[in-house]
Design a binder for this molecule. Sequence first.
Ligand SMILES: [Zn+2]
Length: 180
Amino acid sequence: MALLKIRKFPDPALKQPASPVCNIDGKLTNLIDSMVQTMYAAPGVGLAAPQVGEPHRIVVLDTDHENPGKKLLKLINPKVVEAEGEVIWEEGCLSVIDYTADVKRAAKVLVRAWTPAQNEIEIEADDLLAVALQHEIDHLDGKLFIDRISRIKRELYRRKLTKLIKEGKADEDRPSGVRI
Ligand SMILES: [Zn+2]
């Protein structure tokens, strides 16, 4: 199984809203398995299909890398159906190199999704899982966490990134906090 290439900001694939999945075939099952491997290898807490250039509403998540697989979620067409409270979390992203920022999210969410075995499930989440679910679902809507910070902060990040690219340092692997 090949690891997939993770697209990095400002790749246009990250801006494109993903389409709902109507039919789970062998090709999509293979994509999901490759996404899981890619997420663990990165390592990241979650990965959404648009991050690997696939415009489908699919995300994989695992908040417990100490026990890989135990809490693994493979979600198709996930949707936040209820949200409450507020939490500020320092987020990083596999698609945003060398940057983290505080982002305001709902503290608790109820997410409805389909599994690869075509069962509809509901997930009640708080803490990191709630943040990660919202972050991944944002990816499906073509949104990054840097779209949720102030314009000034985003502009500063753009400048920093331009400098890194110019210096040829943009591809170096610098883990930036928890990458979702
Ligand atoms: Zn991300």
